[in-house]
Structure formats: C-alpha cells, structure tokens
Design a protein around this ligand. Sequence first.
Ligand code: 26V
Length: 797
Amino acid sequence: MNIATLPAVSTDTLRDAILSHLAYSFGKTPEAAQIEDWRMALSFAIRDRMVARWFEATRRTYEAEAKRVYYLSMEFLIGRLLEDGIVNLRLQEQARAALYDLGLDYDAVLADEPDAALGNGGLGRLAACFLESLSTLSCPAMGYGIRYEHGLFRQSFHDGRQVEAPETWLLQRHAWEFERPEARYRIGFGGQVRESGGRAVWTPEEEVDAEAFDTPIAGWQGHWVNTLRLWSAKAVHPFDLTSFNRGDFAAAAAPEALARTISRVLYPDDTTEQGKELRLKQEFFFTAAALRDILRRFDSEYDDLGRLPEKVAIQLNDTHPAIAGPELVRILHDERGIDFDTAMTLAQGTLNYTNHTLLPEALESWHEGVFGKLLPRHLQIVDRIDDAHARAHPSRGFSMRADHQVRMGELSFVMANRVNGVSALHTGLMKETVFAELNALHPEKIVNQTNGVTPRRWLLSCNPGLSELITDTIGDGWVADLERLREIEPEVEDAGWRDRFAAAKRANKATLSDWLGETQGLQVDPEAMFDIQIKRMHEYKRQHLNILEAIAHWQEIKDAPDAGWVPRIKIFAGKAAPGYAFAKDIIRLINDVSRVVNADQATREALQVAFLPNYNVTLAERLIPAADLSEQISTAGKEASGTGNMKFALNGAPTIGTLDGANVEIREHVGAENFFLFGMTAPEVTARREVEAHARQAIEADPRLARALEAVGSGVFSPDEPDRYAHIVENLSGHDYFLVASDFTDYWRAQREVDSAYADRDRWTRMAALNTARSGWFSSDRTIRGYMDDIWGAKSL
Ligand code: 26V
C-alpha cells in the first residue's frame, strides 16, 4: 500500500485496521485478545495515520532548508498518548464506533494505557505541551531526552504516610516508539586529556552507547508531525563471553547492567540539587548524543559550520543540558579544528537557555572534583570560557568557577544567545536577583516567555462537555487559535447560555464524584464546591496553609453547625521527593486531618478533605475539568510561573491565589473581579522576613490561626501520637520562612469571599465562564510563537 494514499478513515477502515494489527502485529485472534492487545492494535492503527505526515514533514524541512529547533530536556512528562493522537487526527467518533462494533468500551481501552511519567512536574509537562504546539505550528523541531526505564515513582499511602514504589511503564509494550538501532552514538566518561600536535585529545575511560527511540508527535489535525527522540543507554559490548564461559554469569551480564544504569531511572527530586555523579552522567549522556545527532544532520545538509547559528537553534530546558555549551565548543574546536574563540561564538549563537526556578537550593552546581573526574576536557573548556568572559568584561565580579564549583546557571547564561524566564514576574526577578550582574553586562539577553498549555489536551480532550458548548457557540476555530475564546464572552450575559455552562461543569463534577466513590470510597455531593490543590509537595507551594485554613474552618463549623455553611470538598494531590521529610509530613498531616474531619457527623455536610494518591497527568485531566476553585497559593516570588493555574482558569475554575508567577498575568487577563487575590507581594515578603518574630505576631493577632495550630500541636489529628506534628507547629510559629502564618489571615478572608461568591450560583457561573473566555492567551501555541520570533528565528512551514 502506498502510505501517501492511506484511505480516508471511516469507522469500517479503522475497525479493519485494528483487526489487522491484532492479527499481524500481535498474533492474536479477537477471542484471545486482552484489553492490552486491543489497545496496542488501536494505537498502531492510529500511529499508521501519522506516518505519512511524518515523512512529509521531514521532506519539506529538508527541501526548504529550514532552520531547525532542538528542545533539549531531561524530562518530558507526556502522560497518555492514545487519546491525544485520536483527538489530533480527529478520529474520535470513528474510534469509538469501531471499538463498539468490536464489542469494546472506548474509555476502558484508553484507560489501559500507562502514563509516560518521564518528568517530575511543571518543567517536564511544559516540555510535553511545547512539543505538541511545535507540531501544531508546523515548526521543524525535535525534542531530545532520556528514555527512562522507570519514570516518576508510584505513590501510595500507608497509615497516611507516602510510600514510594518503582514506576514500570515499560512492562507493557510502548505503542508509540520506533527503535532506531542504527542511530547510535558512543558516549565517553572519565579518562585523560593529552596534547597532540597542538590539539587536546580526550581519551575516555568508560564508554556507553546511546540508542535512539523515536516517538512521532502529531499536531492539531495531524498536518505536521515532529519527533521526540529519547536516548537509551546500551553497553558497547553487551555481554562478556569469557566470564560466561567461566560460569560467572553475574560478571557476564555486568557491562549491560552498568551501562543501563544511566537511563534506568528519573531523579525524583526537583528541588534539592545533591550533586550526584549519576545525575551528571545522565545529563552528559543525553546532551552529547543529541549534539552528535544534530551535527550529523547539519553535516548532511551544509558544509560550513559557520552557518550553524543560522540553521540550528538549541533550547536548553533549564541547566540540565548546560553541558551542551562546553561539549559543542569541544567538538568544534578539538574535533573540527575551529579556533577556540570562533567555536565559542558559534556555540553562543546556537544555544538558548530557559530558567525555571530561582530557589537557591535547586540551582545546579557541580563540585569540580566530580565534574573533572567525569568530564576532564569539559572542565578545562569551562575554565577557558570563564576566562574569555572575564577578559571581555574586566569589571566582572563573579566567576562560574567560584568555591571549586562549576555553576551551571552562569555557564548557561554566558553560552546562550537568549536567556528566558517563564512569566513576567519571574523574568523581572531573574534580572534583579540571580542574574543581576550578568544582566547588567548583557542587557539584551534576558527575555520573557510566559508559559502556556496545549488546549488540545487541556480543554478539548479532557473536557468534552465544555468543548462542545464552546464549539456550538463559536465553531471549532478556537482549538488552534485559543484567543478566540473571547467570542464566547457576549454569551456570558445570556442566562440560558450560562445554564449550559453550569450544566457542563456539574456533569464533570458528577463524573468525578462517581469516580471518587468507586475508586476512593469517598461519598461527595456534586453540589459542593470542589476546591482543588494539585502539584508537587513543597513548602513554598504551601499546602500547609491550605490545610490550616481547612482546620480553622472545620473548627468554626463545629462551633455553629447550622450556620448555613457553603459545602466544600478540599481535594489535594501531589508527590513529595522521597528525601524531603517536611513535605512528606505535610502529606501525612493532610491525611490525618482528612480522617478526623470526614468522620465528623456534625460537619461532614459542610466540609470534607481528601488526598488522592499518585498524582499524574491522567489524574490532572480528571480533576481539572471538575474544579470549582483553583488553589495557587505559593509564597510570592517563589513559583516561577505555574501551568496548572492556567489549566484551571481555562476550564472555568476561578483562582484563589497570591501575586506569584503567572497568577499575576492570569489575574490581568481574567479581570481582578474574577480572581480571589490575597497575600503579600514579593517585595512585601522580603520585607516581612526582616520583621522580628513575624510568625508569632501573626499568630497572636489571629485567634483562628492560633486555635488551628493548637489543634495540630496537641494531637487532635494524631491522638495515637500527640506530638507527631510538633515540629510543623514549631516551624510555623518560629522561622516560618515561607510566611504561612503571616499570610493566613488574608487567605482566610479571601476564602470567605469565595464562599459568598459561590453561594450566589449565578454570579459564580459568570466568573467561571469569564475565566474560560479570557484564558486564551495561555495557550502554549502563543508561547511557542514567542520563542520562534524572539529566540529561535524559526518559521512555520
Ligand atoms: C531541578 C532539579 C534540580 C537538580 C536535581 C533534579 C532537578 C530536576 C528538576 C528540576 C527543575 C525544577 C524547576 C521546575 O520544575 N520549575 C517549574 O517550571 C515550571 C515550568 O516553567 C513552572 O511553571 C513552575 O513554576 C516551576 O516551579
């Protein structure tokens, strides 16, 4: 069959394709097939429909000699891909009908797919949204990352405590990837650097192979398909026959096991940099393989390396691939013989760097001992880069090599053509704080690109009810042009339309409430307000502020159970880094509070609390469409952007939040009257920390806060171990770096405003609908256009 002429997809052709894959790709009859076989067969049938466009995109890119974009990221938090493929190829009706014909339930087949959880949180999910938008915008682009055998750990609770288990997504066959045994590069570590004929020659001591696995990423309507290329580590000599013949089977298999360690598991701590050698190995492994691949492709098209900046743009997603700077200089200078300064200039014209956090403990730096042992030549090159920069800027007061460290942020900044932050506030703070000095030297370098989310996954496919209403109202042009959601705004004045909007939300809440009943044993009234905070557990995100407010609220309800409370269910979900004890204690506290509060007959009509286990992309897709209220309550200045905040607003959940990250811009877009603002601003936070005993003061001034802390500290929620949370209370009444106590009173006030707004259901629906209508700017299509224009100089084909 000629792939260019794949038949148009009717239900019958799709059903035949599924049956054909079931037989010929998986060797199963329909009678013998398990749900996984059906899911694989359907996935292959869908994937087939992407392949022709994939080849076509490659051909057109070569033909146009277009500039290519390479997105290097340690993490791609993809989630499931089947529904994404079906929705983007617009095959939903056919797929549902074909499965129905085969006696199968569409939703059950989709639900069989494991999440590809190759990321920790915001940074990884952003990379996944960007890939989808790059394809939607027909931008010739490729993502590069690591094919972890184990993604982010699976979370469960024992007695309320987080327990981690390995994640095993690759135990099932992965439908979407193509193994490329021929795309293989040797990556070295350690060893020696010698001089030979005036050139440095690096002879690594240890070598592994990086083997490529390609996943096609189809954009909206499948017009364009880019590639996500993930590297898997393989032994150079997979098997030691001499050991095997000796009968030493463990030693025989050792090379393979050792090599595979590099791509075995995703590091689960996204906040504390521990300087682990294996992590640096992972970083160099995928970055070096990507650069080789990029240069091989460049060489196949052009013969002048001087054109690299004109034809290639490489984006470093945080500092994790920062070794790309020295590695590119090493290849150009040591291997290709270009003089050092020119090599450095070419690299600087090609690389760009996105910063995703200002938290000092998350900024990467490597001790020169570790760095030099693993990458001896790169350490020399970093020193030369640092020298060159110091010579060019004699007044410079910093070094990327201070305190025997290699500071990856400074290195990335110096090696980049453009450096960007991820929200207006964050970019401003970058200029004022961590990169103040570098910004003064290079005032044109830092630009802002406020994050966005893909509307295909985060509205069209996760919220079919609301999507249908929008499409009924304004047509489906909004899917590729999200700012057109503004066109629903006039309808918000129409009572009948508002009823339909409210009905869509209510239906989503009913679905979630059924699911909570079936899977979590929770009985929740869909009429109650669904108040949701879902994100990684971290002190700066202040899940403890939320639970303290819940406790105080519960205490007031107990004081006057019949006072006409607005019923709420507070839903939490999120993972804590395995070594982050405080974050884990907050999980346990929330679980303990939930047990006590949910068992209280006097208050349970008014308030329930739930912590859902194993937060992931799929759970987010389930929760966000059913949310009434979005909790975005970080200490101002700490959340670089947030992207969950955008997903909630888009799905018609107003925010209660601080002026932090992209909350600031969300509030500007949806209107201050449709956003529940509270808390100190970033400058007020800085000033407040200087106030002596600020937490004590705040607690003394607010009896509600005092009483809630008293309950936590005295064991109301942990009667079997009354002082279980003494250290939390001590933290919040003492140092309280994240200013939970100081923001509590205003948070409480804002929550009561939320109550009265929600009680007026028509007013609430109006606010919710205006959030949807005015969130179109937060599409990752807009963000990617910004990168294309301001950073990459790339064009849509
Ligand atoms: C940092 C580190 C530090 C070293 C160990 C491993 C590791 C892994 C990941 C990270 C990245 C943390 C930064 C991050 O995820 N930032 C989030 O980026 C989102 C997308 O821009 C943004 O919306 C969130 O506000 C920001 O916290």
